[in-house]
Design a protein around this ligand. Structure first.
Ligand SMILES: Nc1ncnc2c1ncn2[C@@H]1O[C@H](COP(=O)(O)OP(=O)(O)O)[C@@H](O)[C@H]1O
Ligand SMILES: [Mg+2]
Length: 402
């Protein structure tokens, strides 16, 4: 089926003749992208002749990563070599003159035939489950929960990528005992063309098979990473993994918004203290305002049995929402973090590990934990040795900077 990106409705009748009656007409780039990415029966995007070329090619580049089986046919009032060259580089399948409806019809037929051969529009969706772990207050356990869930799912044989979007102060690497050589900052030079190989070259592999995209080593590098780069990275990652788990900073940064945009599920965390519950309420309200669907959210109470004078009922009353999952409090969690080993790997029977595993296997990737998948990650990424402690890692960093 075909999506036509064309705000001018005057020429629609003649275009329907060329493109068929089951045409979905949209008037903006974001709507066109949503129409094509959310409805997997769509296999063709036709871009009207007056749509800004940069916007059209940007959409085409995103689609090339996200749904390469979808063809893009570009209409232009004037065909010139410069436009053809740019279109080709962006992955446009054909460029046709706006007044040549016969050529348009032929180009669309060829593109749809190619899409059919690629099996895209009819094949099942291959995309990863994308999970954002968020809380509006620091210290609630985002990094703990995201690294443990990712580590647990990697053990089941799923291809898992953990992304540290706390770009200024990310501590995923240190929690997992990794000393990454490359980080998100290395993606900046690949903007616009992040592919499987590029992504594999910047991830660091944990010994249990988990891939980690680490935050930059220097807080200043965060400024060089745009929301668009994060979007592009996550959309690319979604194609090459079974699960993408995203750790976040405690704020609605442009990076976090990009992450919510592509997520299938968000775990919104809080602990049993008034500031945390207040911020949880604010976070849920903000997600409502952003149009983030309620059904793709889980409220997770971390350290849920801590004796703080607040109860779980107090929390649900304050936030007007059920607490969907709970993780107990234990000093063993911090001890595991300090060792750089996720507690689910170090003490799999620990009550905290049991709770985290239930979230991972029942909520994040339902059915995980069955027979291990035979598929291996797409290319062999850089393998880092485990560093046993913060102090040792510092020594390594200092040496590498010297
Ligand atoms: N369930 C838990 N029980 C005890 N300590 C925990 C638990 N979850 C997290 N912690 C500890 O709380 C601190 C903050 O956790 P962290 O995951 O870094 O939070 P965030 O990423 O939200 O800032 C860490 O020292 C961590 O070990
Ligand atoms: Mg954190």
């Amino acid at each position: 089926m075909t999506v036509l990106w064309e705000p001018d409705t005057h020429s629609l009748d003649s275009l329907r003749m060329a493109l068929g009656q089951t045409l979905r007409v949209v008037d903006s780039g974001p709507t066109a992208m949503r129409a094509v990415t959310e409805d997997r029966t769509q296999d063709l995007l036709v871009v009207g002749p007056d749509i800004d070329l940069t916007a059209a090619l940007g959409a085409c580049e995103t689609l090339r990563l996200e749904r390469p089986e979808v063809g893009v046919v570009l209409m232009r009032r004037r065909l010139d070599v410069a436009v053809l060259g740019e279109a080709l580089r962006a992955g446009v399948r054909e460029v046709v003159a706006a007044d040549d409806l016969g050529a348009l019809s032929d180009a669309c037929r060829r593109s749809q035939e190619l899409s059919r051969r690629l099996g895209g529009a009819t094949g099942p969706a291959q995309d990863a489950r994308v999970i954002t772990v968020f809380s509006a207050k620091g210290g609630c356990g985002k990094t703990t929960v995201s690294s443990n869930i990712a580590a647990d799912l990697a053990q089941t044989g799923a291809r898992v990528l953990l992304v540290d979007l706390d770009l200024a102060f990310g501590d995923v690497a240190i929690s997992l005992g990794l000393g990454p050589e490359r980080t998100m900052a290395d993606l900046v030079s690949m903007a616009g063309h992040i592919d499987q190989e590029g992504l594999a070259s910047v991830v660091t592999s944990h010994q249990n098979g988990l891939d980690v995209l680490c935050a930059p080593a220097h807080p200043g590098d965060a400024d060089r990473i745009s929301g668009a780069l994060v979007s592009e990275t996550l959309r690319a990652a979604r194609r090459f993994y079974d699960v993408v788990v995203i750790d976040t900073p405690p704020a609605f940064t442009e990076h976090v918004l990009a992450s919510f945009d592509v997520s299938d599920l968000s775990l919104v965390l809080a602990t049993l203290d008034i500031p945390s519950v207040k911020n949880l309420r604010l976070a849920l309200d903000t997600l409502d305002l952003l149009g983030h669907p309620q059904e793709s959210r889980l409220v997770v109470l971390n350290r849920a049995d801590a004796k703080t004078g607040l109860t779980i009922d107090d929390v649900s009353t304050a936030i007007h929402h059920e607490v969907d999952a709970q993780i107990p409090d234990s000093k063993d969690v911090t001890a595991a973090t300090n060792r750089g080993v996720p507690i689910v790997l170090h003490q799999p029977r620990h009550p905290v590990s049991v709770a985290l595993r239930a979230i991972a296997r029942q909520r994040v990737l339902p059915g995980a934990g069955g027979p291990a998948k035979s598929a291996k990650r797409p290319t062999e990424p850089r393998v880092e040795k485990q560093k046993s402690s913060l102090f040792r890692r510092r020594t390594v960093d200092a040496r590498s900077e010297a």
